[in-house]
Ligand binder design. Structure first.
Ligand SMILES: [Zn+2]
Length: 684
């Protein structure tokens, strides 16, 4: 072969065996433009059969001789790889398969390099790769099928581009596989795929759907910084070691139902734009959702967390479902923002749970929730319905049939309890520190009773709405203050804050433009029926709670509420008696009242007796002489009345009898009130 007719193609390639750059000089005869039949960019299209046959012969020859097969930069027509047992290394770097490329049932025993290869037609690779399989920067313009393939060595797909669908279903990667910065433009099928080594998907982009259901990831997996632009399905997938989805973007539905995370699962700083479904997922190691943002609905029903879980600074912007979820280790919700309805129905927290600085802005349901360890609601922001907190009555925090295993380790500290309900929940020993209870009529009132009042008392309802609207107006007028409140609640940066502010101002203005009557109807339609008995029990528990912690002033205010609830629950005579008890001594809370009543009684009886004795004297006009007599007689009567009142005077007069009876009641009440005061003082 003369040098003039030799193909001028020269290139460098990375030798996978020696890990060094090697120069490749084509040794074929040039046919056109100084290039051989493989390197000429168009020759293959005019003489496909010649190119194909020569290519097949070249392969067979190399396989027979056991030579390294260098097809670097080749232009090939449709090919069906002829060898089935390939025991030589093959390099196709930057080759272009212009038609279909089929590598069905091929066993590659040595290194295979498809780096930078362009596959323009359909590609099939149901093959076994025993050593390194390099597909970095390869471009697959049509559908690719790797289903059932086995990759026994290291595999690299970094910066590869799958322009259409790619199928890895049922395939096996025994060592590390690298999909860094890979672009999956069509759908990706990883169903039932086994990754025995590490799987690196860092910075890759999935433009189509990703189905990874039933896949098994046995090594470390990272999907950090990955963009999933369509639906993602990891249902029934098993991650045996740490998996990272940090800073991931899930633009559509993300399904992790029944997924098993046997070690650490990291979702920190990830964004879920639509629904995220973790139903029945099992997290056996720690789970990190810190700083994640869920814009769509989030579901965790029947999922299990064995390790520590953090939702610290997580933003839940739509409904959250934690029903039947089991948390076996400490859980952190500190500084999380839960904007809408959250449901903890039947869920169990076996260890410490921290809601410090957590914001609850929607209806929050702790129904049948079991707290077995410490529970901290420190500076928790209960503002359901914000900014219309006072008007959206159904948005509230409800603890219903909640079980606190160790109530003394349950702490509400520096929280606003005005929209919190406890139903069928024992809170006698729960710690309430610096909490704000709502006040009404000089006593503390719990949310269910407020609802009851709003439902039954029209004038109260009217005043309540007017006051709520006035508060809103005040909030609207002081934009600085509103901004501060919104920033605290939503924990937003300046940019997010501006958007939120405009939404909230719109909402406030809409509320202010709504008439009181419309609000009344809105409220009446939505108030659920309240159980008076439950209200009574809650007041009793709170009274006992504060008595036990020696905070008698607060206990007293709850006691008054307890009696008010009792009065509401009674009818007829009992109701009248309780009513009198209130008027005489504020249910034994007031010493002043019985003293005043005693004085009134003594004076009143003195006057009545005076009138009976000398009715004429009381009629005008009175002369001086009469006046002096009258005063003398009155003082005398006052003396007798006082003696009577203190049971030191007796006659058969009916008035005396009545006064003595009244005195027993009033002094009895005074005695009760005094004893309560003294006992409390002694307990201090
Ligand atoms: Zn050549």
């Amino acid at each position: 072969m003369s040098s003039r007719t030799r193909c001028r193609y020269v290139s460098e390639y990375f030798d996978l065996d020696t890990s060094e750059l090697v120069t490749f000089n084509c040794d074929m005869e040039a046919v056109e433009d100084g290039l051989c039949i493989f390197h000429h960019p168009n020759y293959w299209s005019r003489h496909p059969d010649v190119v194909r046959k020569t290519f097949y012969d070249k392969i067979r020859e190399a396989l027979n001789k056991g030579d390294k097969l260098l097809c670097i930069g080749y232009h090939l027509p449709d090919i069906d790889f002829p060898g089935k047992e390939v025991n030589v290394a093959i390099y196709f770097n930057y080759a272009h398969f212009h038609g279909k490329a089929s590598f069905l049932y091929v066993k590659f025993y040595e290194n295979v390099s498809f780096i930078g290869v362009r596959f323009s037609g359909k590609t099939e690779f149901l093959a076994d790769f025993s050593k390194h399989a390099a597909f970095s920067e390869a471009v697959f313009q049509e559908n690719v099928d790797f289903s059932g393939a086995t990759f026994s060595g290291e595999t690299t797909f970094s910066r590869a581009k799958f322009m259409k669908n790619v199928n890895f279903s049922g395939s096996t990667f025994l060592k590390t596989v690298d999909f860094t910065r890979t672009i999956f433009s069509g759908d990706t099928d990883l169903t039932g795929t086994t990754f025995s080594g590490d799987a690196i998907f860092m910075n890759s982009i999935f433009n189509g759907n990703l189905n990874s259901s039933d896949a098994k990831f046995k090594g470390y997996v990272t999907f950090s910084n990955v963009m999933f632009l369509k639906d993602v399905d990891f249902s029934n997938t098993v991650f045996s070691r740490t998996v990272e989805f940090s800073k991931g973007l899930f633009s559509a539905t993300a399904i992790f139902s029944n997924t098993e995370f046997l070690e650490k699962a990291v979702f920190s700083n990830s964004t879920f734009r639509l629904k995220a479904d973790f139903s029945e997922a099992r997290f056996l190691g720690n789970a990190d959702f810190s700083n994640a943002m869920f814009l769509g609905e989030v579901k965790f029903p029947r999922s299990t967390f064995l390790g520590n879980v953090t939702f610290s600074r997580t933003a839940f912007l739509a409904d959250v479902d934690f029903s039947n979820t089991r948390f076996l280790s400490p859980v952190e919700f500190s500084r999380a923002v839960i904007s809408r309805h959250v449901n903890f129905l039947n869920s169990t927290f076996s260890d410490h749970v921290d809601f410090s600085n957590t914001t609850f802005l929607g209806r929050t349901e702790f129904y049948y929730t079991r707290f077995l360890g410490e529970v901290v609601f420190h500076s928790t922001l209960f503002r359901p319905g914000f900014p219309l907190t006072e008007l959206r009555l159904n948005e509230c925090i409800v603890f219903k049939s909640v079980h606190f295993e160790d109530p003394e380790k349950v702490v509400f500290d520096n929280t606003d309890m005005s929209k919190v309900s406890f139903i069928d929940t024992d809170i006698t020993k729960v710690k309430f520190r610096n909490v704000k209870w709502d006040e009404y009529d000089n006593r503390y009132i719990i949310y269910p009773e407020r609802l009851l009042l709003l439902k039954k008392k029209g004038d109260y309802r009217y005043r309540y709405i007017v006051r709520a609207l006035n508060n809103l107006k005040k909030l609207r007028d002081d934009e600085e203050e509103l901004r501060r409140v919104v920033r605290d609640l939503y924990k937003l940066d300046e940019k997010g804050l501006d958007e939120k502010m405009s939404d909230i101002i719109k909402e406030i203005e809409k509320a202010l433009n709504t008439e009181v009557r419309t609000w009344e109807n809105f409220i009446l339609e939505r108030i659920e029926n309240q159980d008076l008995c439950e209200i009574l029990i809650t007041y009793r528990s709170l009274r006992e709670n504060y008595e036990n912690s020696l905070k008698y002033e607060i206990a007293g205010k709850f006691f008054i509420s307890e009696m008010e609830a009792m009065k509401l629950s009674k009818r007829g005579l009992e109701k009248i008696i309780i009513g009198l008890y209130k008027h005489i001594c504020l249910y034994g809370e007031s010493c002043t009242r019985p003293i005043i009543w005693s004085v009134i009684t003594i004076v009143l009886f003195a006057i009545i007796k005076l009138y009976i004795q000398t009715p004429k004297l009381l009629l005008p006009p009175l002369v001086m002489h009469d006046r002096i007599n009258l005063i003398k007689l009155f003082i005398k009567n006052l003396e007798v009345s006082t003696y009577t009142f203190f049971q030191m005077y007796s006659d058969l007069d009916i008035l005396t009898l009545i006064e003595r009876l009244l005195s027993i009641i009033l002094l009895g009440c005074l005695f009760i009130a005094l004893r309560r005061k003294i006992e409390r003082r002694r307990a201090h």
